[in-house]
Design a protein around this ligand. Sequence first.
Ligand SMILES: Nc1ncnc2c1ncn2[C@@H]1O[C@H](COP(=O)(O)OP(=O)(O)OP(=O)(O)O)[C@@H](O)[C@H]1O
Ligand SMILES: [Mg+2]
Length: 346
Amino acid sequence: MNTKEFNHALETLKYPNLDRTLGELKLISSAKVSSGSASVELSTLSDESYLTVKTAIMDAFGSTFTRLDITKKAHVQKDTNYGNTATPNNRAPYAKNVIAVTSGKGGVGKSTVSVNLAIALAQMGYAVGLLDADVYGPNIPRLTNTDLEKITWNDDNKIVPSENYGLKIMSVALTTPTSDTPLVWRSSVAVSALIQFLEDVAWGELDFMVIDMPPGTGDIQLTMAQELPITAGVLVTTPQLVASDDVSRAIRMFQDIHVPMAGLVENMSYFVAPDTGNRYDIFGSGGGQRLSERYNIPLLGQIPLDMEIREGSDNGEPPVVLGSELQKSYYQDIVKKMMEVIEFNI
Ligand SMILES: Nc1ncnc2c1ncn2[C@@H]1O[C@H](COP(=O)(O)OP(=O)(O)OP(=O)(O)O)[C@@H](O)[C@H]1O
Ligand SMILES: [Mg+2]
C-alpha cells in the first residue's frame, strides 16, 4: 500500500459506533507510507477518542505494515470549527447564536428543556427561533400548542414558521398530514429537510436559534455541527444516566467536533411529594455534579420530576409560562447561568 492508497483507506474508515468516516470528521491530519512502515498523525481529539481512533486504525492496518506509528497532533486552539481545518458552513446567518440541546439518550427531557429555555430567552426580550431537529419523533408542536398548524408559504416562497409563546417554531410535524404520521426517510433525506428548514424558512433576524436535537450521536447531530456554527451545546441527562456511556459519548462527540459545551442540565433530578413536601432522590443524587467534574463542564441546573411539568408540557402549556414561580425559575435560572458560562453574541 502506498501513501495515496493508505490516505484513501484511512479517510474511508468509519469512526467506531458512528455513521461517519474519519475523512468526513476531518480527523486525519497526515499519513505517510515509506518502505513498508506507516505513520499517521491524528487531528485534535480528546484523549479518549484519540485512543478509540488509534485502536480502530491499529485493528484495520496493524498487520499491513511492518511498523505503524500513530500520533496525535498538538492541540490547536479550541474554537467552534468542525474538525481542525474546515470552518462549519453557516446555513443560518440570520441567527446571532445557535444553541443545540442534546443528550446521549432518548426520553430524558430534551424537548421539554429546549422549549422552556427558548421561551425563557424570549421572555428576556430576545428574538428566538426553535427548530425541531428530531425529524423522526417531532414533539415541539405538541409542547408549544402548535400541533394543529400546517405550514404556509409567503410571497418570497419561504416557509412561514408557526409562532407561539414568543417563539418562531419549525418542525417536520408541521409538514405532515397528521402529527402522528410516521416518517420513513433515510437519514440523508432527513438531513436535507433540516437544511431546508434552516435556509427556506422566514425566520427573520434571530438573537437565538435553539435546536432540539434527536437523541444520540448520529448523522443529524454531526450534520448540524457541520452546517451551523453552534455557539453552545446544552446536554440534558437524568441522574440514573449520568454514569452511562451514552452521555459520555455525547460529550466526547461535542468535544471532538469542537462545539463549546454551555453545560449540563440534570432533569428529573429529584421528587418533592406534593402532599408532604418531602424530597426523594429517586434516581440517586450527586450524579450531575460528578459528571460535571469529570468532564469539566458546568452543571447549569437540576429540574425535579414534577407531575405538573409533565401535564403542562404534554398539553402545550410550558411551565416557564404557565407554571408556578418555582417552576419558571428552574428554566430561567438555567438561562442566566448559561449566559455566565458562554459569551453570546448579543
Ligand atoms: N422535569 C420533569 N418532570 C416530569 N416530567 C417531565 C420532566 N421533564 C420532561 N418530562 C416528561 O418526560 C417525557 C419526555 O420528555 P421529552 O419529550 O422532553 O424528552 P426527550 O428527551 O425530548 O425525548 P425524545 O428522546 O423522545 O425526543 C415527556 O412526557 C415530558 O412531559
Ligand atoms: Mg424530544
